[in-house]
Design a protein around this ligand. Structure first.
Ligand code: CA
Length: 257
């Protein structure tokens, strides 16, 4: 007991340091970057700031990591050896959850794109696909962390990820669709098709792009499945809800004022 006075101040200062680290330590960041120098720098720097950091160097590795673990944010390079980093965002945002079941990959994972200065088009494409923010290399670590925090705060504040479109209200967590306030019953696969088109609204999705969304249910998809689900959705929600682009695919028109 008499030792208390001696170790208490040291412990207190240690604890306050720990508190800062612990606050970030629950934050797990996935760094997707094939430049080893940049990746190592990011890893070291973020770990010093108290984050848990995993690094991977390709689209395939990133997808594998996101399927295995939950991350609070992803820092994403675009030029990767096996493809464009924006592919990761696109696939991530197409995932749908099952009610009450923790979902991996988590479609709501915040993504910050890290790009070279000459990749303006790619950056815009990445944001259009659902990335939350971007930074141009070389970047300042303080700015990166500030943006990371802002992004994760926004993600945490999104109590309800319900999407509203025209008179539709679609809740991906509860898997419910309301039209003009009335609940409309749809099958899980019909929901998956609608959700894919809704996230991409205004853009055409090809049949294979929509099918990819259905494969996450782990079954084989019949060749005319998408047509069938679109047909059902139109019967339930109205013919104009989904537009066919002959030979290309389907899209949901942007809301008209
Ligand atoms: Ca790269």
């Amino acid at each position: 007991m008499s030792d208390q006075g001696r170790w208490l101040p040291a412990l207190t200062s240690q604890l306050s340091g720990l508190r800062i680290a612990a606050h970030n330590a629950c934050m797990r960041i996935l760094v997707v970057e094939d430049n080893e120098g940049i990746a190592a720098g990011l890893r070291t720097n973020l770990m010093q700031r108290g984050y848990a950091v995993d690094v991977c160097a390709s689209v395939a590795e990133a997808w594998h990591a996101l399927s295995a673990e939950r991350f609070d944010a992803v820092l994403l390079d675009l030029g990767l050896p096996d493809g464009d980093g924006s592919e990761v965002v696109r696939r991530l945002r197409l995932q749908t959850g099952r009610p009450g079941v923790p979902q991996l990959p988590d479609p709501a994972t915040p993504v910050l794109i890290l790009t070279a200065r000459d990749q303006v088009q790619d950056r815009v494409a990445g944001l259009n696909l659902g990335a939350d923010d971007y930074l141009v290399k070389p970047f300042d670590m303080d700015e990166l962390e500030a943006r990371l925090r802002a992004m994760m705060r926004r993600a945490a504040g999104q109590a309800s990820p319900v999407i509203r479109h025209a008179d539709l209200e679609v809740d991906p967590a509860a898997r419910t669709i309301r039209q003009a306030g009335q609940k409309v019953e749809v099958s899980p696969r019909e929901f998956a098709v609608l959700w894919a088109l809704l996230l991409a609204r205004g853009r055409v999705l090809s049949r294979p792009q929509i099918e990819e969304h259905l494969y996450s249910w782990g079954d084989t998809v019949e060749s005319n499945a998408v047509e069938v689900y679109v047909h059902h959705l139109r019967k339930k929600l109205g013919q104009k809800i989904i537009v066919t682009m002959r030979g290309v695919g389907y899209f949901m028109p942007q809301e008209q004022e």
